[in-house]
Write a protein that binds this ligand. Structure first.
Ligand SMILES: Cc1ncc(COP(=O)(O)O)c(C=O)c1O
Length: 404
């Protein structure tokens, strides 16, 4: 029998058990405004904040596509291929993002890893079919998502990998100035889900252009929510449309699973091989692709009011939190966090909310900066006034008790 002596698993497992977060919370219902098995909690953790999966028409699309194409792909996209819904979805989303083409992946993380792999590495498949990228340089927003940093782990910081201060245009420009003459990829994120901040993409993408750098925007959190002129952050999203590449995740507004990178046609085609994640792992499922195409049209053309109503709800919800003098993050996006700071304290406050039947998840390092743990509150389109008021009431009570 293999011995685990010398490994730290037992001590580590004891540590997380002591925190009370040894396993994922279990729920027997569709993810959304509530969560649980026998006793339902009010849930402010779900990132599928528009609650679209519950709609009959969306369910029909998912069920029909499952019957026609199945849930399993049968292999990776380059070997087994894709289905008509994949092609439809990639074309629809690329057009929505103002790009020539798109390639889909199983998740946003897999898309990010594939993108960075394609641009960071030298790959030779056979004589005449090679990509030499050993000199490319990456410039990241310091607070970029874990998946992007993970993908760049093999790049030496200070040589091929640099960072700039979060959402700071001047800081980005300083770094780009020093890297002039090199092939540079700037990695940006539109909406940061930990603190709700929005990048000044209109300025950042312009700076990238000026310095001849490629721009890549991870729009996991804003896809299908922000962009139209009458909504907040229209200027920032005009910048996103100018970026060379955009990545989106289907986990958030769409409420399904999948990821996609959109950009110039030849580059997207090259990613079929260069991403690695298009060849060595399963792609997005056909039902998720069909559902994403349907929802993209629903939210951008047929019923944009769904998003407008939701954003109004976000504004009202934030007003309730602010009226109660709760210390939430400043930017008005779907992500409102309370900064708790200390990681253990944050888990403790999470536990206190649970005792009142409310789930507001703790985000600790490395999701948040070290020592800046947050409780992240996402209002769901299906939350009732009573559920929102209950959260405010409990938060006010716990705050009065000095918990945060
Ligand atoms: C900014 C950002 N990028 C990428 C991802 C990863 O997306 P997925 O969950 O589809 O892997 C997330 C997920 O939360 C995210 O917030």
């Amino acid at each position: 029998m293999t011995s685990l002596a010398g490994w730290n698993f037992t001590k580590f497992a004891e540590g997380i058990r002591a925190l009370g977060i040894s396993g994922p919370p279990v729920s027997g219902i569709l993810p959304g405004a509530q969560h649980g098995t026998d006793e339902l909690m009010t849930n402010f953790a779900s990132v599928n904040f528009l609650d679209l999966q519950r709609r009959e028409d969306v369910m029909d699309v998912l069920v029909d596509a499952t019957r026609q194409y199945g849930l399993g792909s049968g292999g990776s996209r380059i070997v087994q291929g894709v289905t008509p819904p994949h092609l439809d979805m990639e074309e629809t989303v690329a057009a929505y993002l103002g790009k020539e083409a798109a390639i889909s992946f199983a998740t946003g993380t897999v898309a990010n890893i594939g993108f960075i792999n394609a641009l960071a590495n030298t790959q030779s498949f056979m004589p005449g079919l090679a990509m030499v990228n050993r000199d490319t340089v990456f410039v990241y927003d310091r607070d970029a998502h874990w998946s992007l940093w993970k993908a760049a782990e093999g790049l030496k910081f200070g040589e091929r990998l640099f960072s700039f201060r979060h959402n700071d245009v001047e800081s980005l420009e300083e770094v780009l100035k020093e890297q002039q003459g090199k092939r540079v990829v700037v990695v940006l994120e539109s909406v940061f889900s930990i603190d709700g901040t929005v990048a000044p993409l209109h300025e950042m993408v312009e700076v990238c252009r000026r310095y001849g750098a490629l721009s890549f925007v991870d729009d996991a959190n804003g896809f299908l929510v922000y962009g139209p002129e009458h909504r907040k952050f229209a200027r920032e999203y005009e910048g996103l449309r100018q970026a060379d590449f955009v990545m989106v995740s289907m986990k958030k507004a769409v409420g399904l699973e999948g990821g996609l990178v959109a950009g110039p046609r030849d580059a997207i085609q090259a990613f079929e091989l260069l991403s690695g994640t298009g060849s060595f792992t399963a792609g997005m499922s056909a039902p998720a692709a069909a559902g994403t195409a349907y929802i993209t049209r629903l939210l951008s053309e047929k019923e944009p009011q769904i998003v407008d109503d939701y954003l109004e709800k976000v504004a009202n919800f934030r007003m309730k939190l602010l009226d109660a003098e709760l210390p939430i993050t400043e930017t008005e996006t779907c992500f409102s966090s309370v900064i708790i700071g200390d990681e253990r304290k944050c888990v403790e406050v999470y536990g206190a909310f649970l005792e009142h039947g409310i789930r507001v998840p703790p985000y600790l390092y490395p999701a948040a900066r070290r020592g800046q743990a947050v409780l992240r509150i996402i209002v769901n389109a299906a939350h009732t006034e009573e559920q929102m008021d209950h959260l405010v009431e409990v938060a006010t009570k716990l705050r009065a008790q000095g918990l945060f």
